[in-house]
Design a protein around this ligand. Structure first.
Ligand code: TXA
Ligand code: MG
Length: 318
């Protein structure tokens, strides 16, 4: 069932309807350049609580706070020189910064899961930008999927899975980047790559020096649990050939034989194209009767790091 008002983002009413819903504390879904977000007023405890309920998300897993521009982010997080350099280079865009929470930051403690830090992002998608400016509220927004499942890069899966929980769904077609934002932790002395994503880690390191990986045993971004981004079918990685009852997720020009279905992330071997197709292809291959999704190797560089990170989580024991 879908009780939500589903509006094309090109509809002249769309932004105003969604902004009004945010301002009255309702939940909405909106496109970003990475994936669709499930948004609500980040300053409204009840609205934020409704996000956790709709997703079935554990309350210890904090949300990203989206704002329209970098200067606004300073009200929420303490930005140092590294943060400003990254903001200058990559905002608006697929980068999230985890910063010490600013004193008096008007963000629900539920959104930050009671942490002394806050995750901030300035999305680049024109619809997200228009919405933030019309609502004049910071938007707490996780990906618009049920917790643990594949993130949506189109409106249709949001309508299907969360339509009965949302007031408005803005449809702007497929997301160009296709994997979530890169998350960099800047709360300590050393910058940490909390989640590889839409901005290549190499590009970040070129500006602020080496990124360390989260310490083993500590889940630095509480959402980065092993099993995540999971289709219903099992996922088998780095395959050389696919079995007859498997669906093949290919990459590059040399596709092995086998598989009952084949989709190619990028026949040309382009990692940005592969990232933009990743979730839609996983969804399309996740059919009843498919024994497993068999995935060809993807190079571990640039956006390939984000793709491999999501695939490893999709393949993790559940
Ligand atoms: O591209 C994206 O980032 C999308 C779009 C909608 O903006 N959002 C997204 O949100 O991926 P979500 O909730 O699916 O993932 C946010 C991740 C989680 O792993 C969460 O644990 C982490 O960010 N996170 C949020 N606040 C944090 C904090 N204060 N410290 C460490 N990790 C944090
Ligand atoms: Mg998510």
């Amino acid at each position: 069932m879908c009780a939500a008002l589903v509006l094309s983002a090109a509809d002249p009413r769309a932004i105003a309807e969604a902004a009004a819903a945010v301002r009255r504390g309702a939940l909405i879904a909106f496109p970003t350049e990475t994936v669709y977000g499930l948004g609500a007023d980040a300053g409204d405890d009840l609205a934020v609580a409704a996000i956790f309920a709709a997703k079935g998300r554990p309350a210890h897993n904090p949300l990203i706070v989206h704002v329209a521009e970098a200067p606004e982010a300073e009200r929420f997080g303490r930005m140092d020189d590294r943060a400003r350099r990254l903001a200058e280079a990559f905002w608006p865009g697929p980068l999230t910064l985890v910063l010490p929470r600013a004193v008096g930051a008007p963000v629900s403690h539920l959104a930050t899961a009671g942490l002394p830090t806050v995750a901030l992002r300035v999305p680049g998608h024109p619809v997200a930008q228009a919405l933030l400016r019309a609502a004049r509220r910071p938007l707490a927004a996780p990906s618009a999927n049920v917790s643990g499942r594949i993130s949506p890069t189109e409106a249709a899966p949001v309508v299907e899975t969360l339509g009965d929980r949302l007031a408005v769904i803005l449809d702007a077609g497929p997301c160009l980047v296709g994997v979530e934002s890169t998350i960099v932790g800047l709360a300590g002395d050393h910058p940490v790559l909390l989640r590889p994503g839409g901005v290549a880690a190499e590009a970040i390191e070129a500006l602020i020096g080496p990124l360390s990986m989260p310490e083993a045993g500590i889940v630095a971004a509480p959402g980065m649990l092993a099993s995540h981004y999971a289709p219903t079918a099992r996922v088998r990685l780095d395959i050389v050939s696919a079995r007859a009852d498997e669906a093949l997720l290919a990459f590059g020009p040399d596709v092995p034989n086998g598989g009952c279905m084949v989709l190619n992330l990028s026949p040309a071997g382009d990692l940005a194209e592969a990232a933009s197709n990743l979730y839609a292809h996983l969804r399309a291959l996740d059919r009843p009767g498919v024994a497993a999704i068999a995935v060809m190797p993807i190079p571990e560089r640039g956006l390939g790091r984000a793709i491999n990170d999501r695939l490893r989580r999709a393949a993790a024991p559940r």
